[in-house]
Design a protein around this ligand. Sequence first.
Ligand code: SF4
Length: 333
Amino acid sequence: MELTCLNHNLNKKLFLFSCCMPVKGSARGAIYDLQRDDIELVPNSLIDFIGYINKKPVQIILDEWGDNEIAWEYLELLIEKEFVFFSSEDHFPKLSNKCFNDDTSKIEYMTLVVSEFIANNFKMILERIEYLGVKRLHLHWPLEADKGKILELIHVLEHSSVVNLSISLPYQKDFNPNSIKEQRLTNLYFYSSPYLESIEIYKVNLYFLKHSEQDFLLPKAGINMISINHRAFLTGRNANLGLYKTVFVNANGILQLNSIDLKEYGSILDSDIENNLFLLSEVWNLKRDKIMPCRKCELKYACTANFIPEYDHKKKTYFVNCNYNPNTNEWSS
Ligand code: SF4
């Protein structure tokens, strides 16, 4: 089939679609299909091959690679997955690197650990949520928190800027997500569950996880933590996608980057919260291209893992302790 396709286009050139982004890693590469929100893990040699054949006349490609079995396999994949097209000229504009984040909110994603302090100050915290323009809010109930407050807090959020709500709480038997009556609720996580299960009830995803509370909040990379789309890709190229405009608010209302952050960036109730945001932005603007081993990772522009980079003074580089090894493509738990 691919031979037919190539033969039909002998007088044309081959072009890679501008929404298909080849990314090389240490041991393998990936093609991000930003139009289909999909990723294809491929050998690095295919990424090199794309660089070589892109924009070349089909006849020349066939003359040079026609006898090469691997080149045929690669061409077959590129055509089958519709990563390439044939034309006399490239009609598609290149993906702009400008305006990588057109969202005007100061914080897009907030995790809030619900405590007595948070519940007692929730009206004021809501004012901050509005001021920051938070779009995605995750409410986390620790083991000891009063779960009876769920409906009360959600009711206060009714007219807020939040468009997506998720909740985590200790395992509850027979919990009915419909009792929350909140259309913005998409995900409910039950940690410390005796079993592992994911189901959908009333358009809400329920995840029953065996993780302890601490494990549930730990930063972790995973293939399910990959976000493939145009906006995420550009954010990933210009900043750290896992941390950008993201904040963790602990039980005392203190701003941090994640649940194990040793640093504190002021309180959510501070009147000069802009200064706190500035300090946070210094970390989230650190690109993954400057962090090891992310720099060598084929997932670096799609990974939403929120590890905090640390500076290694000896090696003069930033690093994270990730559970994925891009040199071997192995995941550890
Ligand atoms: S190495 Fe970096 S980019 Fe790759 S999975 Fe880990 S945190 Fe994400």
